[in-house]
Structures are given as C-alpha cells and as structure tokens.
Design a protein around this ligand. Structure first.
Ligand SMILES: *Cc1c(COP(=O)(O)O)cnc(C)c1O
Length: 219
C-alpha cells in the first residue's frame, strides 16, 4: 500500500477524539508534504537536527511535536516554533524549555515522558519523579511551559497483556494528576500497539511506519 492508503486506513481506525501524530522521522519532506496534503497537520520527529532540516521546507501551519530524547543544549534551536515537546524526561530539561520559551515570548506545551516499560533502555521519568515535577509546576515553577499531559512507551514485546498493563499504569497516573490540574493529552501507542493504547485510554497516538512505511536507517 502507498502512503495515501496507509494514512486513510489509520484514520479510519481512530475513534473520534483521538489525535494522530504522524511520525515522519527518516522520511523525506516529499512524504511529509503528501500526508499534509491529505489533511494531516500534526507531525512528530525525534531528532532536533532532522527537524531543523525539514522545518523550513514545509508548510508553516504544521504543528511539530518533538518525541525523542532532547538534550538541554538543543532546546534553543526548536524553541521558536515547536508546538509540543512530548519527551520531557528531567527537571533540568523542563527548566530549560521554560527559559527558552520565555526568551521567545512563548508558552511551549510539553508532556512528561514516564517510564512504564520493563526495558532498561527507555528514557523517561519514574512515576514519583513525574508527580514531584507536576507539583512544582502547579506551585508556579516553569512559567513558560504548559504541561498538557503524559507520554509513555510500552515494552517492545508480543505479550499484549504486558503492553496493556504498562499502558494502564500511565492511565492511572494521568487520572491521578488530572485531579490536581486538568490534563488534556495521554500520548501512548505506536504503529504496532495503538489499538491497545486506545483501549487503555490514550487520546493521542504516535504512528510512523504504519503510515510512511518501514524506516531505512542506512541512508
Ligand atoms: C519512532 C517513534 C514512534 C513511531 O513508531 P512506529 O512504530 O514507526 O509507529 C512513536 N513514538 C516514538 C517516541 C518514536 O520514537
């Protein structure tokens, strides 16, 4: 199937009210433009450098989401235009985003990335760290960011029960923090597990290969 068929098939599977972030990493601007022309406005990239190369070549009303690990020294490059940073995994990073957003007279939306996977390698805050950070935010720190929700990645496994268990942990935290201050976005689910994520309460999914095809990292 081509990009257009893929995109339409994914859109058809998403219930109303579930946001699609089209993950365009490694794919050329022509492919992004093709999906944009089908009506998609929200795109995700995981590397600052790649985003900086694509940004000037694509329509200015795209809402760019940064979904990969972000080094504090690179925040300044994307602060002028980034819509949402989904991958906030430390207090230091959140403070830097707030500082750079302030310099640009902006408020940047962010999601706290929480570690829910059993795997060692995944970035993210521990549950307790996320709670502490959210409380500081409620208390008035980080004045130029808006924490709009949470993001998480499940373990890469065939075991559907484990994946759902992990998603439900994040949903539980989302509900708990939402009592303290209203949150909008629960970002979980990728090409292979987005239906399970939606069952577990996700209202935003990050889908790459199911739209754009397999990624070729050799180029
Ligand atoms: C690459 C990536 C995705 C999309 O993955 P697919 O399996 O291609 O859908 C989603 N979220 C994050 C954080 C990613 O890095």
């Amino acid at each position: 199937m081509g990009i257009q068929e893929n995109y339409t098939a994914i859109k058809d599977q998403l219930p109303a009210g579930v946001q699609l972030v089209a993950v365009s990493k490694t794919h050329p601007v022509e492919a992004v433009q093709e999906v944009y022309d089908l009506g998609q406005k929200v795109f995700g990239e995981n590397k600052v450098q790649e985003l900086m190369e694509k940004y000037p070549l694509l329509p200015k009303d795209i809402e760019w989401h940064l979904i990969g690990h972000l080094q504090t020294n690179k925040v300044k490059y994307i602060a002028p235009f980034i819509d949402t940073i989904q991958s906030v995994d430390s207090e230091k990073l959140l403070a830097e985003i707030s500082k750079e957003a302030g310099k640009n007279d902006r408020t940047i939306k962010v999601l706290l990335q929480v570690k829910i996977a059993a795997e060692e390698s995944k970035f993210g805050l521990e549950i307790d760290e996320a709670k502490t950070l959210f409380q500081k935010y409620i208390d008035g720190e980080f004045s130029h960011v808006e924490i709009t929700g949470l993001m998480g990645m499940a373990t890469f496994t065939e075991d559907k029960d484990q994946v759902k268990e992990e998603f439900l942990i994040l949903k539980g935290l989302f509900d708990e923090l939402n009592q303290l201050k209203t949150l909008k976005t629960l970002s979980m689910g990728m090409s292979d597990d987005f239906p399970a994520a939606i069952e577990c309460g996700a209202n935003s999914v990050r889908v790459g290969s199911a739209i754009f095809g397999r990624r070729d990292y050799s180029k």
